[in-house]
Design a protein around this ligand. Structure first.
Ligand SMILES: [Zn+2]
Length: 413
C-alpha cells in the first residue's frame, strides 16, 4: 500500500540510532521515581518534567491551571495527537513488604524498582523522550503532538483531562495513553463508579436491643443481597463482567453501648459496556427494597485541590469504553508498532481504570493505550519495570507520532 511505504519512510529515521538517547531516558526515569508524587503533590515531579522537556528542545512547554505539564512539538493548526501520562502515584503501602527502597530507583537485573516505575513514570519518561527524538532530529510533522503529563489520575481518572479539554481548550483528534500494556495495544477498559448507601435503623440502649432496629444488622442483610446481585451482573464479550464490592462500612452511633441508627456503606462498582450509572443505582435500590432495608442510595462525590491550588469536584462516575477493532487509530497504531517492535502487538484491554474514561468514555475522542511495563506490577510492593521495554518504547512512540499524524493529515481519509 502506498501509504504504508510513505509512513515507513517518514518514521524510519526515528527508529534508528535511538540507543544514544536511551541512557538519558533511564536517568530521567530514575529521578522521577526518586521524587515522590502522591496525588495532589506532584509539584516536584512537574518541575522535573518541565526541565526535561526544555532540555530536549520542546518548542512549547507550559503548566496549566490544574498543574498538568503540556509539551508541544510540531506544526500548530493541523491535526493533534495527544500522548497522555500521569505524574501521580499511589502510596507505598506497607514499607515492610518491599525488599527495595520504594524511592531508590535501583536497577537490578535489567529492572528499575520503585513506586511509580511502571504506573506510570516509565511510560511517561519514554513518551517524553520519544517526542524528544523528533525534536533532536528536527522531524517535520504535518500536525502537532502534545505530551500531557497530568495530575491526580489515581483518585479521579479523567478529571485532569477534562480540565485540559474543557477549560484549557486543547482538542486532540486522537489520544494514546501510556499506561502499561506490556508493549501490547489496549483498546478499552471497564468503567467504575462509587456508590454510597446510608442504611437506617432506630437507636436504643444496647441493653435492650429489641426496642430498636440495628442499622448494622440491616447492613449485613443488605451485603448478602448485594453479593447475590454482584454474581448476576451484565457481561461484555470483550471487557468482561460488571462487578460490585462493598469496600467500607462505618457506623454512626453515639457510643458503643447504643444500637446504631445509621451506617454508611461504600460500594465499588465496576461497569462493563452497556451498564449505566442509573441502572447500577436502581439495582442497589431494588436490593434494599427486597431485603426490607430502609436507606438512601447515591453516587459519591469527590472534591480535590491540586498542587497548584485548583479545586475540582464532581460525581465518582467513570464510564467504560472500547474502541472498535477496525478503527483506523487501532489499525494504524498496530501497523506502526509492528514495524518498530518487529512483531504485530496483540490487542488487549486493561483490568484497571485510566484517563480514557474521559477522552473516549465521556467525549468520544478515539483513544488507545500503549506502554512499556506489565500492568500486574502496578500498585504492588517491589513495583518494577523492564528497562529494555522502556528503551524500545522511546523510538516506538516517536515513530507512532509520525505515522499517526501523517494519517490524520491525509485529505479525504
Ligand atoms: Zn496509572
Amino acid at each position: 500500500m502506498v501509504f504504508s511505504s510513505l509512513t515507513y519512510r517518514n518514521s524510519d529515521p526515528v527508529r534508528k540510532d535511538a540507543n544514544n538517547d536511551a541512557s538519558a531516558c533511564i536517568g530521567f526515569l530514575q529521578r522521577l521515581v526518586q521524587t515522590p508524587s502522591l496525588s495532589g503533590q506532584e509539584a516536584a515531579v512537574a518541575r522535573l518534567v518541565t526541565a526535561e522537556m526544555h532540555r530536549l528542545n520542546y518548542p512549547d512547554v507550559r503548566v496549566d491551571r490544574i498543574g498538568n505539564i503540556i509539551g508541544r512539538y510540531g506544526k500548530p493548526g493541523g491535526p493533534i495527537l495527544l500522548l497522555n501520562g500521569h505524574m501521580d502515584t499511589v502510596g507505598v503501602g506497607d514499607p515492610g513488604a518491599w525488599t527495595r527502597d520504594p524511592f531508590g530507583g535501583e536497577i537490578i537485573d535489567g529492572y528499575l524498582y520503585g513506586r511509580g516505575s511502571v504506573d506510570m513514570k516509565g511510560p511517561l519518561a519514554a513518551m517524553i523522550h520519544g517526542v524528544g527524538l523528533l525534536a533532536a532530529r528536527g522531524v517535520e510533522l504535518p500536525g502537532e503532538v502534545i505530551v500531557a503529563a497530568v495530575v491526580q489520575e489515581e483518585p479521579t481518572e479523567g478529571m485532569a483531562m477534562r480540565v485540559l479539554v474543557e477549560e484549557e481548550g486543547v482538542r486532540p483528534d486522537w489520544v494514546v495513553l501510556g499506561e502499561p500494556t506490556n508493549m501490547q495495544v489496549a483498546r478499552g477498559q471497564r468503567g467504575r463508579m462509587e456508590i454510597k448507601v446510608e442504611v437506617l435503623g432506630r437507636s436504643c440502649h444496647a441493653s435492650e436491643p429489641d426496642a430498636g432496629e440495628n442499622a448494622l444488622s440491616n447492613a449485613a442483610r443488605l451485603i448478602f443481597g448485594l453479593d447475590l446481585l454482584g454474581a448476576n451482573l451484565m457481561n461484555d464479550a470483550v471487557l468482561g463482567r460488571g462487578t460490585l464490592a462493598v469496600t467500607q462500612l462505618t457506623t454512626v452511633a453515639g457510643s458503643r453501648n447504643v444500637i446504631p441508627d445509621r451506617c454508611d456503606m461504600v460500594i465499588d462498582r465496576r461497569l462493563t459496556l452497556g451498564e449505566t450509572p442509573n441502572r447500577a443505582l436502581a439495582e442497589v435500590e431494588t436490593t434494599l427494597q427486597r431485603e426490607g432495608v430502609r436507606g438512601t442510595v447515591d453516587v459519591s462525590n469527590y472534591r480535590s485541590v491540586s498542587y497548584s491550588g485548583y479545586e475540582t469536584s464532581g460525581p465518582e462516575i467513570y464510564p467504560a469504553w472500547l474502541l472498535a477493532e477496525d478503527h483506523p487509530l487501532l489499525r494504524r497504531a498496530c501497523d506502526s508498532l509492528e514495524r518498530s517492535l518487529g512483531r504485530r502487538p496483540p490487542l488487549r484491554t486493561w483490568p484497571f481504570s485510566t484517563d480514557g474514561v474521559y477522552t473516549m468514555g465521556m467525549v468520544g475522542i478515539p483513544t488507545i493505550g500503549f506502554g512499556p511495563g506489565e500492568s500486574r506490577r502496578a500498585h504492588t510492593s517491589d513495583e518494577r519495570i523492564l528497562l529494555d521495554d522502556v528503551n524500545r518504547a522511546v523510538p516506538a512512540y516517536a515513530a507512532l507520532v509520525v505515522d499517526l499524524l501523517h494519517y490524520l493529515a491525509r485529505p479525504n481519509r
